[in-house]
Ligand binder design. Structure first.
Ligand SMILES: Nc1ncnc2c1ncn2[C@@H]1O[C@H](COP(=O)(O)OP(=O)(O)OP(=O)(O)O)[C@@H](O)[C@H]1O
Length: 246
C-alpha cells in the first residue's frame, strides 16, 4: 500500500517553545487516522505541520511523496479547520463556489462536485440559504463539504463532528468510509471516543508526545482494557508514572 503521510522524528513548536516531540507516523492510502488527545496536546500543531502551514523545527514530513511545506500539494489536500471560516452574507452554494474556485476547480467540475459534497453532509436542500441563517451544526457540515469539494487525495478534518448530532455523525462516517475505500486518506482530530473507535489507526497525543499508536483493536488488546477510552486513560497514567520516575 502506498504511503500518503510520513512523519519522521518530528519536533515542532512556536518560537522557543516545543509543543511536539519525537513524532513518527505513517498513514497509507485509503486509511483513516484518528488523532486524539486532550486540549492543548498538540493535535492542531501536528495537522498544521502535515499541511505545510508550519515548517518542522526538526525532522521531516512527507505528503504524497513530497517533502512539506510544499504549496503545490495544497490542491490535493482538503482541509476543514476547527473554527468555521465561512462567508455568512453568502449562501452555502456561493461559499462552495468561492472556495472551490480558490482551489482551482473549473466551473464545469464545480457543477458536479457541489451536489456531491453537499449530498455527503445532507445540505443539498439548504444550499441556497444564507450562511448567517445556518445553525452551528449546519455550518460545520458546510465546512466539511468545502473540504470535500475538490475531491482531495488527503482529507484533513480538525474536530469534524463537533456540533453534529449522532444520526448525522453515523451518516458522515459511512461517507468517510466510502471516500477511504476509493483510496483517499483521511486524518481527523477528535475528542469524541466514538470517532476514535471508528478510525483504522489511532495516534494518542498527550503533552506533545505520542503515548499510544495502532489500530483500536490492537491497542485495546495491548493495554488489556475494554475500550479505546480506557486505553487513553491507562496510557496517560503510564506517562505520568514514567515522568515521576525520571
Ligand atoms: N500560534 C501559536 N503560538 C504559540 N503557541 C501556540 C500557537 N498555537 C498553539 N500554541 C500552543 O501549542 C500547544 C498545542 O496547541 P494545539 O492547538 O496544537 O493543541 P490541540 O491538541 O489541537 O488542542 P485543542 O484540542 O484544544 O484544539 C498549546 O500549548 C498552545 O497554547
Amino acid at each position: 500500500m502506498a504511503i500518503t503521510i510520513q512523519v519522521k522524528d518530528l519536533q515542532q513548536g512556536y518560537g522557543k517553545t516545543i509543543v511536539l516531540k519525537d513524532i513518527n507516523l505513517t498513514v497509507h492510502n485509503g486509511e483513516i487516522l484518528g488523532l486524539i488527545g486532550p486540549s492543548g496536546a498538540g493535535k492542531t500543531t501536528l495537522v498544521s505541520t502535515i499541511m505545510g502551514m508550519l515548517t518542522p523545527q526538526k525532522g521531516t514530513v512527507t505528503v504524497l511523496g513530497q517533502q512539506m511545506p510544499n504549496r503545490k500539494l495544497l490542491a490535493k489536500i482538503g482541509y476543514m479547520a476547527q473554527t468555521d471560516a465561512l462567508y455568512s452574507t453568502l449562501t452555502a452554494r456561493e461559499n462552495l463556489k468561492f472556495f472551490g474556485a480558490m482551489q482551482g476547480i473549473s466551473n464545469d467540475a464545480l457543477k458536479k462536485q457541489i451536489p456531491y459534497a453537499a449530498g455527503i453532509v445532507n445540505l443539498n436542500s439548504d444550499l441556497d440559504k444564507y450562511v448567517k441563517d445556518y445553525s452551528g451544526g449546519m455550518k460545520r457540515r458546510l465546512s466539511l463539504a468545502i473540504a470535500l469539494v475538490s475531491d482531495p487525495e488527503l482529507l484533513i478534518l480538525d474536530e469534524p463532528t463537533v456540533g453534529i448530532d449522532p444520526e448525522l455523525r453515523q451518516q458522515i462516517w459511512a461517507e468517510l468510509r466510502k471516500i477511504a475505500k476509493q483510496g483517499k486518506t483521511i486524518l481527523l482530530t477528535t475528542h469524541v471516543m466514538e470517532d476514535a473507535e471508528q478510525s483504522d489507526q489511532l495516534m494518542m497525543i498527550r503533552n506533545g508526545v505520542a503515548i499510544a499508536q495502532g489500530t483500536p483493536d490492537q491497542l485495546i488488546k495491548d493495554f488489556q482494557v475494554d475500550t479505546v477510552e480506557a486505553v487513553f486513560l491507562k496510557a496517560g497514567r503510564q506517562q505520568d508514572e514514567n515522568s515521576r520516575n525520571d
